[in-house]
Design a protein around this ligand. Structure first.
Ligand SMILES: *[C@@H]1O[C@H](CO)[C@@H](O)[C@H](O)[C@H]1NC(C)=O
Ligand SMILES: *[C@@H]1O[C@H](CO)[C@@H](O)[C@H](O)[C@H]1NC(C)=O
Ligand SMILES: *[C@@H]1O[C@H](CO)[C@@H](O)[C@H](O)[C@H]1NC(C)=O
Length: 322
């Protein structure tokens, strides 16, 4: 009799647990649905133009047009007044010397000032004056969008056959672009710089807590979104123009987790992705991802999968917007 009762209680407990879990899951799905939105592809009137060295305004070209340069380098910058000149000097030196050796290597650098509060845009204009607006353009966003939004807007404005996104802090040696370029052979369409080979060293230097967050993040990425790529977050990624057009046209996330969504979209389209080891220097004053951002990223990762599964987000075919 007592055993029966216990058995019944267990059974009821399981039913209640199952009910609670489904209610929770349902709530998560509803929240995932209600908060689902595309990345904002439209531009503020002021974001449609760049300044030439003499201060005239010119409209940005579109990713939908055929390429007219060999390489575009898109650099998202938020309050990078201080660190960015170091990175830009290194990049320009490399690009200029490569062009001297081979005049058919044409390039442009697009700095996207993501609504900075400091003088990022002014500092960048110095480079436009020094190298011409054909080579260095500044896209100043009216409002801060987040790194993904900045890379997106820069990419939509680029002319390159290949498009590189690179961080403004210069943590990757710029000449490592040759490594990611080599990664595009064999019909690869995206080559991601990777720090996975350095992971062992970095674990030694990090606190236990950050290591735990890092592995947790890797697990969520692997479990929900992207398999087969060990470092999704490295800010050094090279796209063919076509791969950029297809993946960025479907992008929804404008903040930290946008890399993961881009790669998720690429894998849905069966776009081949290479992962290439690059060198990485921990830069003094690098922006550490704050704790709440880790939570936000974790949520975003789960939501990426849920939203595509439930149709709240769909893969888009490239459409021209302005
Ligand atoms: C999209 O961005 C533009 C330019 O910043 C802004 O004017 C517009 O209100 C935004 N739209 C939405 C839906 O947020
Ligand atoms: C010169 O640059 C073009 C465009 O990047 C490339 O196709 C070509 O192979 C390069 N030539 C040499 C000799 O490296
Ligand atoms: C990184 O740089 C060091 C020294 O500059 C070099 O010995 C090493 O081979 C590089 N690693 C990679 C993956 O390029």
């Amino acid at each position: 009799m007592q055993d029966d009762l216990n058995g019944n209680m267990d059974c009821i407990c399981e039913i209640v647990q199952a009910l609670i879990s489904s209610v929770l899951l349902f709530q998560v799905l509803v929240i995932a649905h209600l908060t689902a939105g595309m990345a904002n592809l439209s531009r503020h009137e002021k974001e449609k133009y760049f300044l030439t060295a003499t201060g005239e305004t010119r409209p940005f070209p579109s990713l939908h047009d055929p390429h007219s340069r060999e390489l575009s380098v898109v650099i998202p910058a938020y309050n990078e007044e201080l660190r960015m000149p170091v990175m830009l000097d290194e990049a320009m030196e490399y690009l200029e010397s490569r062009q001297k050796k081979n005049s058919s290597f044409t390039y442009e650098v697009i700095v996207v000032d993501d609504g900075s509060k400091d003088k990022t845009t002014e500092v960048r204009m110095i480079y436009t004056k020094k190298y011409s607006a054909d080579k260095v353009r500044v896209l100043t966003l009216v409002k801060n969008r987040g790194k993904g939004g900045a890379v997106l807007m820069g990419t939509l404005s680029s002319r390159g056959r290949l498009i590189l996104m690179a961080d403004a802090d210069g943590a990757t040696k710029f000449s490592d672009i040759e490594k990611v370029e080599a990664g595009l052979k064999d019909n690869m369409a995206i080559a991601c710089g990777s720090r996975a080979h350095l992971e062992k060293d970095s674990v030694a230097q990090r606190s236990l807590f950050r290591t735990f967050l890092m592995y947790g993040f890797h697990f969520l990425v692997w479990f929900f979104c992207v398999r087969g790529i060990r470092d999704t977050q490295c800010g050094f990624k090279l796209f063919t123009r076509e791969a950029a057009l297809r993946t960025f046209s479907s992008l929804h996330i404008e903040r930290w987790a946008f890399d993961v969504e881009l790669l998720y979209i690429a894998q849905c389209f069966k776009i081949p992705i290479a992962e290439v080891a690059v060198n990485w220097t921990e830069i003094e004053g690098s922006k550490l991802v704050p704790f709440w951002s880790w939570l936000q990223m974790g949520r975003d990762l789960i939501f990426i999968r849920l939203r595509y599964l439930t149709g709240a987000w769909k893969l888009q075919s490239p459409q021209k917007t302005d």
